[in-house]
Design a protein around this ligand. Structure first.
Ligand SMILES: *Cc1c(COP(=O)(O)O)cnc(C)c1O
Length: 245
């Protein structure tokens, strides 16, 4: 049987190690002059797509609060089943159809896969109209970094105009960038993402998130400034079924 707590511990150690290798650990005693623990600037998003609510619950009981989902219908079922854990934070990381923006806006705290103006405007509008408490939605723009025809993501030359649109939406907070580099992508790809992220940070003070790195490229991503890795397989095991809801 899969031991989710062990897997989470291993991944956290791997993140810590990668941060150390790249000089990215911040010693807390530099800040407080008291605590000597070290703080990792890379947070862990557990990607639970195709995995059951009970596995998500196991991960949560082992201390994990942030979960990423790709398929809306599947996610909504899990979110409902786990609604007695209000500390869970749900991130939508899959392709977005415009007729799904309403349910995404009302059920998720983060959306990593915004790659079109129309989607951004619709998410913003739904929060305004439907979401009584008006909690703003955290947004990362997905960049088509490997320039593959089939992949989602905005082209680099249109990125900054999309960023401006999101930044001007009252109910959206522009948090940063997301990418899914192709398998065995060259370091150049990661360097390009890091550079775009730094440029975006200079323009917008709300930008603090580079959502980059999965089970197979965590080290490469951390070496290039990732602040959030999205890990599925290494926590929950291989995915046997491909759900396409
Ligand atoms: C599935 C998925 C992940 C997790 O990938 P693993 O290789 O299982 O760690 C991360 N990001 C996105 C966008 C995904 O679709």
């Amino acid at each position: 049987m899969i031991n989710i707590k062990d897997n989470l511990d291993k991944i956290k150690a791997q993140i810590q190690h990668a941060c150390q290798q790249n000089g990215r650990l911040i010693a807390l005693n530099e800040l407080t002059e008291q605590i000597s623990a070290q703080f990792s600037p890379v947070s862990l998003l557990a990607v639970s797509k195709t995995k059951s609510a009970s596995l998500v619950e196991q991960a949560h009981l082992a201390g994990q609060n942030d979960f990423g989902e790709n398929y809306l219908q599947e996610a909504l079922e899990k979110i409902a089943l786990l609604s007695h854990f209000p500390e869970l934070t749900w991130h939508f990381i899959g392709p977005i159809q415009s007729n799904k923006t309403k349910l995404i806006a009302s059920n998720f705290s983060w959306v990593h896969s915004v790659d079109r103006e129309k989607i951004a405007l619709r998410l913003n509008q739904h929060i305004q109209n439907d979401n009584g408490h008006n909690t703003p939605l955290n947004i990362c723009l997905q960049v088509n970094i490997s320039n593959e025809e089939s992949k989602s993501g905005i082209d680099i030359d249109e990125l900054f105009s999309l960023a401006e649109v999101v930044n001007n939406c009252d109910n959206l907070i522009l948090r940063g960038l997301m990418a899914v580099p192709e398998k065995n992508a060259h370091n150049r790809c990661y360097e390009k993402m890091q550079h775009l992220f730094e440029q975006l940070q200079k323009r917008y003070p709300s930008v603090d998130t580079l959502s980059l790195g999965m089970s197979n490229d965590l080290e490469q991503a951390v070496a290039h400034g990732s602040t959030m890795v999205r890990i599925g397989t290494a926590i929950f095991g291989e995915r046997t079924k491909k759900i396409n809801l």
